[in-house]
Design a protein around this ligand. Structure first.
Ligand code: SF4
Length: 235
């Protein structure tokens, strides 16, 4: 166990240095720009599923320019929300969830985003990934880990977990990593996954983690490894 703790420590410290200067994930940027406003973090995370990061950021910015509170967003017609968030994937579906969520926030939570996992999971379209990210970014929780497919994939490649789903990975990471790293796992691994440890053909050559990484399940790697090129997809 001590060996695992040292492995996690070495990699997280290396990542803290390696991601410096790389573009942040869209929701992190929105969170920083809006001083961690839980409402905007919640809505941007809802929009981000299976959507390229640049598209999420642009759509969130358009939507928040028109309505940036649960009250004003709940008053928008679904068609208007659809037009504002297009072309995020499943934009019709997400527009309905966004408005329904805003209505519940107004009617049930006094226009505020609730600060517990149980309450967040009652909102339409909100799963553990979204709830964990809101709790980490906006409520400064040190008891949650947000696992998307980047975190799931890289945790398995690094040998920290052996899991089949992001849900299993979240639970496994609570026991395989020290709690001091939990608030940072998403930021570090998503940034690395978008730029270097990509889903297909990771850029292992020249990767800052190469000396510690067993590359579990990696069968093909990219020939070049520029750290700041390529499309970025939030998941
Ligand atoms: S060495 Fe390869 S598999 Fe390991 S973290 Fe780096 S890019 Fe990912």
């Amino acid at each position: 166990m001590r060996e695992r703790a040292r492995h996690v420590e070495a990699i997280m410290r290396a990542l803290a240095r390696a991601i410096d200067g790389l573009e942040l994930p869209a929701v992190e940027k929105i969170s920083q720009k809006q001083e961690d406003d839980p409402f905007q973090v919640l809505i941007a995370t809802l929009l981000s599923a299976r959507t390229q990061d640049a598209t999420t950021f642009a759509a969130s910015t358009r939507l928040f320019a028109v309505a940036c509170t649960p009250e004003t967003m709940a008053a928008l017609p679904v068609k208007r929300i659809e037009r504002l968030i297009y072309p995020v994937s499943f934009y019709r579906h997400k527009a309905r969830h966004v408005r329904a969520t805003c209505r519940i926030l107004v009617e049930k939570f006094g226009g505020r985003v609730p600060g517990t996992m149980e309450e967040l999971l009652t909102l339409p379209g909100v799963g553990r990934k979204t709830a964990n990210l809101v709790l980490i970014l906006s409520f400064k929780s040190h008891r949650n880990i947000c696992v998307d497919t980047h975190v799931h994939r890289i945790s398995n490649r690094l040998g920290w977990v052996r899991t089949r789903t992001p849900e299993e990975t979240e639970q496994s990471l609570y026991t395989s990593t020290a709690s001091r790293w939990w608030p940072y796992l998403n930021l570090y691994l998503v940034t690395w996954g978008q730029h270097v440890c990509r889903p297909i053909s990771p850029r292992c050559s020249g990767c800052a983690l190469a000396e510690w990484c067993p590359r579990v399940g990696v069968s093909r790697t990219a020939r070049v490894s520029p750290p700041n090129a390529g499309a970025r997809v939030a998941v």
